[in-house]
Design a protein around this ligand. Structure first.
Ligand code: 9MR
Ligand code: 9MR
Ligand code: ZN
Length: 605
């Protein structure tokens, strides 16, 4: 996995037919500025044989590399190079496109491209081809004069395997048991026998195992486990038809739990092991520093339960997040395993009691610790989420009162993230079948519709149909896109609206290829999926292709690792590199895959 190309982009060869197209579109002049925004070392090629030809500034057609479901909205982006070139206005600037069936070469649809738009995030001039009217399953390509897009399929099952792969990736992240995904993607059992670190206020060993490795590193962090597991269980509750019978091929397949819940159960058990007898929850279990790029079983650094370093040692955010997740789990597991569900609920209540008595214990890494922090000084939203989930599960008034008391006077909702779960709190309250307080529910509806309207507007202004604002291109921006979809999908559930659902799916198309880099940001999905995640098992297993089903963190305009920090500045969507050393751009993480699973569950529903 060290064969990352460092030099692509220096040479740009534009095939003759593309020049012809540019001439047709009045754009040929920009070719005299080759490689202006060339992305240093992205040499896309897929394990299944794609070719490295997605050079920036080429005319090109971008679409979801997995294709589209039969009845869904379908759009591709046609890119014209150079935003200073001056696309002629009027009819000639809106060329015709057509969709051709691959099997018999027949033209099945003709349309006009949308008006040219300058996409700020990429710096590209884009025209949108909308072929939603095509509702016959098959394999097609979009053409604009001589410019041909890649073949794509229209099929009701278009995203079925994607859902399986991205959920099965959690099995690949398992700690404390041997994992075998097939194809050589395997590791032996790892990280047994935790020990209490002095910062935990305890001494001795904690012979616990389990959970999911957080990301490209082997740490396990309660806060990030919380949002990830909560998101996955929400998908279980909101999209049962897509996930209930999903076969994952895990050791528990065929057992008493559906595969999806069995996989989540693996992480829940580990989370429970970090709850102290008083109800508080230690923040994380990691080594003191990150290990080398080795397989997990080769990591012999001690696995410590790490605390805040002083009384009360456990953190509010970890404890409240555990309360939220266990309250959700109590609902989800009740039909299959009533005693586990009861155990989860009891853990949630105890955690809630501790957190409400210690509402303000932040976590920052103690001096000797160098692993991830997930430190969040504002715990009000975590407390609100716990209260709301406990109310939804039990209907008990004190939880509702605590939730209502935690609501800010002005309610503004946004996409959730590991440090911000206020929207999760509000939505679980609004989605609950319990009547609750109608005025509160209606405030939440209003705030959610307002947030959704903003995202829908952004989506239609984006040349690539995503909902990201310029400020969203941060560490993990792909998960921001997925979480904005979660917001839209909740809004659509509260008040169904085809534009809202289409904007949510627009982010899926963006993640799977309709982006200015023409890359699928999920490993082994699509014709040009990325190859070099910052992911220790992918790097250390001796197999060229990365572990399947993993979402890259995505473009990040602000850097944060030695490779990213050296990249030339470009428009934010271009600030990404397929390099395993670039952890601020190309790591993978459970809290990024979880909203992808949520989005794919919705896409399959
Ligand atoms: O692998 C680590 C990754 O999971 C983290 O997101 C990242 C930032 O905390 O750090 C990575 O570890 C690097 C460490 O910070 C510095 N030395 C090199 C490590 C591996 O690339
Ligand atoms: O996802 C986290 C991101 O929001 C932060 O900006 C970043 C730097 O603090 O850390 C990310 O989380 C990393 C965690 O600290 C360690 N495991 C890998 C996570 C993903 O990079
Ligand atoms: Zn492990």
């Amino acid at each position: 996995m060290h064969e990352t190309s460092e030099s692509a982009g220096a040479v740009m060869i534009v095939p003759m037919h593309r020049r012809d197209v540019l001439r047709t579109l009045g754009m040929a002049g920009v070719l005299s500025q080759p490689g202006m925004r060339a992305l240093a070392s992205f040499a896309p090629a897929s394990p299944t044989g794609g070719t490295p030809e997605a050079l920036p500034d080429q005319a090109r057609i971008f679409a979801n590399q997995l294709g589209y479901r039969t009845g869904d909205r379908k759009q591709a982006t046609v890119r014209l190079p150079g935003h200073s070139a001056g696309v002629p206005e009027g009819a000639s600037a809106r060329p015709e496109f057509l969709v051709r069936s691959i099997s018999d070469n027949a033209i099945v649809l003709r349309g006009r491209l949308g008006a040219p738009m300058d996409d700020e995030a990429s710096g590209d001039r884009c025209l949108v081809a909308d072929f939603s009217g095509l509702q016959t399953d098959g394999t097609y390509r979009v053409e604009v004069a001589d410019l041909h897009g890649e073949p794509f399929t229209i099929a009701q099952r278009a995203y079925r395997d994607a859902l399986r792969l991205s959920m099965r990736a959690f099995y690949g992240q398992r700690c404390g048991c041997a994992v075998d995904l097939g194809g050589g993607y395997k590791h032996a059992s790892c990280h047994h026998d935790g020990a209490y670190h002095p910062t935990s206020g305890r001494s001795g060993t904690l012979p616990n195992t389990g959970g999911w490795h957080d990301a490209g590193d082997y740490g396990r962090y309660i806060v990030n486990s919380g949002i990830s597991t909560g998101t996955l269980l929400w998908a279980w509750e909101l999209y049962p038809r897509a996930v209930q019978s999903l076969y994952l091929g895990i050791p528990e397949s065929g057992g008493k739990l559906p595969d999806y819940l069995a996989e989540v159960h693996w992480n829940l058990k580990w989370m429970l092991s970090l709850q102290d007898a008083d109800g508080g929850v230690w923040h994380k279990q990691t080594s003191e520093h990150f290990c080398a790029f080795i397989l997990p079983e080769a990591d012999k650094l001690a696995s410590y339960v790490i605390g805040t370093g002083s009384e009360p040692f456990k953190s509010t955010s970890a404890t409240a997040d555990l309360a939220s997740v266990m309250a959700i789990a109590a609902r989800c597991y009740r039909p299959y395993d009533a005693s586990f569900a009861a155990h989860c609920l009891a853990a949630a209540r105890k955690a809630w009691t501790w957190a409400s008595q210690h509402p303000d214990v932040p976590f920052t890494n103690p001096p000797s610790i160098g692993t991830g922090g997930y430190g969040d000084p504002h715990c009000g939203d975590e407390l609100a989420w716990a209260a709301a989930e406990l109310w939804r599960t039990t209907g008990e008034a004190p939880y509702e009162q605590a939730f209502v008391a935690a609501l800010p006077a002005e309610l503004t909702l946004g996409a959730p993230g590991w440090a911000d779960v206020l929207s999760m709190a509000c939505w679980t309250y609004a989605l609950s079948e319990r009547p609750g307080t109608p005025a509160i529910k209606s405030r939440i509806h209003t705030a959610t519709q307002a947030a959704a309207a903003t995202l829908v507007a952004r989506s239609s202004r984006s040349g690539y149909g995503n909902t990201l604002a310029i400020a969203d291109y941060n560490w993990g921006s792909n998960s921001v896109a997925a979480n904005q979809s979660l917001l839209l999908l909740v809004a659509d559930r509260l008040s169904p609206d085809p534009d809202v659902r289409a904007a949510a799916l627009g982010n899926l198309h963006y993640l799977l290829g309709r982006n200015c880099l023409d890359v699928s940001w999920v490993t082994q999905l699509g014709t040009r999926s990325f190859l070099h995640p910052h992911h220790r098992p992918s790097a250390a297993d001796g197999i060229a292709a990365p572990w399947p089903g993993l979402l890259s963190g995505g473009p990040n305009a602000h850097g944060g690792d030695p490779v990213a920090d050296k990249l030339p500045r470009q428009p934010p969507m271009r600030m990404w590199i397929d390099d395993e050393r670039a952890y601020s751009m190309n790591e993978i993480a459970i809290n990024w895959n979880a909203p992808l699973v949520f989005l794919l569950a919705a896409a399959n529903s």
